[in-house]
Write a protein that binds this ligand. Structure first.
Ligand SMILES: *[C@@H]1O[C@H](CO)[C@@H](O)[C@H](O)[C@H]1NC(C)=O
Ligand SMILES: *[C@@H]1O[C@H](CO)[C@@H](O)[C@H](O)[C@H]1NC(C)=O
Length: 351
């Protein structure tokens, strides 16, 4: 794995030298289940499937309070992060009409990270700060949503994108997310990708400074005035949302390679992947977030003076994989999530 150490070192150096703080870590899945306490609280099951990572306070009706006081464990590397992060799953639709969930694999960025807890798929989480004193960490009870489940056209490439890996072992992984015009797509890549896909979801970086949530879970936050956020955004916030918050980003690696045989793809040549919402374009990718850091742990990482790029940024208390693997929740929606299905689980909005 020397190659990956070298590439990683180059990426880390470039960003480290800019004085940016990247708190970055893997989180294993806590559940794959049709639940959504942010958009559809109390509903069991919800219309579409999600993959969820983070603390064990997660359930259909988790309260909008300080969940770091309720959760007792987390699947994430930093032991003080009891937040929950979730996204839609992706399915492959075979030519015969059957669906199969696309498996996820751990991110290459974490192979050399002794704090990674990302095993069975899961998500890599980033919190980025432009430097000491530049962002205000989220408050207990804070929640937000990014993306538009109904969107079916290009709109916000720098908020949500899919990278097409050009070869095995994460080939072509050497540019910041959503910035590579050849390999990053806002919608699903249209041709088979030799190394699978990586998707990124970048949350807004400006807050109104008052509301911990809003009816659509979006209005209390905003993207910078210069346009949608980018990986390293330091853009100005609109006057309605003057408080800069950390750049939260999710990174997910999808092993689409077992579905690269075009003989299995639709006869009309269209690509066969679909989000669990029923979206066949990928433009409706979205992310949910419920903040749950204990005390000032997140703020500490955002306020490192000379830049950092790790799971233990700002002297985080980290846990190893054996501790994270012990963190489980009891499923409330009991259904198979791994077989071949005649239809997508639930009642997705459209085909
Ligand atoms: C979710 O957890 C809370 C405690 O954190 C509990 O009060 C509530 O009943 C739980 N809801 C479900 C649906 O399990
Ligand atoms: C549909 O095709 C897939 C992939 O070839 C196969 O694994 C599955 O069993 C098929 N399902 C049915 C119902 O024939």
């Amino acid at each position: 794995m020397l190659w990956s150490t070298l590439v990683l070192a180059a990426v880390v150096d470039a960003q480290f030298m800019q004085g940016l703080n990247h708190l970055r870590f893997g989180c294993s899945q806590i559940t794959i289940e049709r639940l959504d306490p942010l958009v559809d609280p109390g509903r069991m099951p919800t219309p579409h499937m999600h993959q969820v990572v983070g603390g064990n306070a997660f359930n259909a009706s988790m309260p909008s309070t300080d969940i770091s006081q309720i959760a007792t464990c987390t699947t994430c590397g930093p032991a003080d992060d009891f937040s929950n992060y979730w996204t839609a799953n992706i399915y492959f639709r075979a030519r015969n009409g059957s669906y199969k969930r696309v498996p996820q694999v751990p991110n290459r960025f974490l192979f050399n990270d002794r704090f990674t807890t990302q095993t069975s798929g899961g998500v890599t989480v980033y919190y980025i700060s432009p430097g000491k004193g530049k962002v205000t960490a989220f408050k207990p009870g804070f929640r937000m949503f990014t993306g538009d489940v109904m969107n079916r056209a290009p709109k916000y490439k720098t908020q949500s994108c899919f990278r097409c890996y050009s070869g095995p072992n994460f080939g072509g992984d050497d540019a910041a997310p959503c910035t590579d015009n050849k390999r990053d797509f806002e919608g699903f890549p249209k041709e088979p990708c030799p190394g699978g896909w990586r998707s990124n979801v970048l949350y807004p970086t400006c807050w109104d400074g008052k509301n911990l949530d809003s009816p659509n879970h979006k209005d209390h936050v905003a993207y910078p005035t210069a346009g949608p956020s980018t990986f390293l955004s330091t853009g100005n916030c609109p006057s309605s949302h003057p408080v800069k918050i950390p750049q939260l980003m999710l990174e997910i690696v999808w092993d689409t390679t077992k579905f690269n045989n075009k003989a299995e793809w639709p006869t009309d040549g269209s690509q066969p992947f679909v989000l669990s919402t029923g979206d066949t374009t990928g433009y409706g990718q979205h992310g949910d977030y419920v903040f749950g850091w204990k005390g000032d742990a997140l703020q500490r990482a955002m306020d490192v003076a000379n830049g950092c790029f790790a799971a233990d940024c700002g002297n985080q208390k980290t846990q190893d994989i054996t501790a994270a693997n012990k963190c489980v929740i009891k499923k409330t929606v009991r259904e198979d999530v791994d077989g071949w299905f005649d239809k997508l689980p639930g009642t997705p909005m459209e085909k």
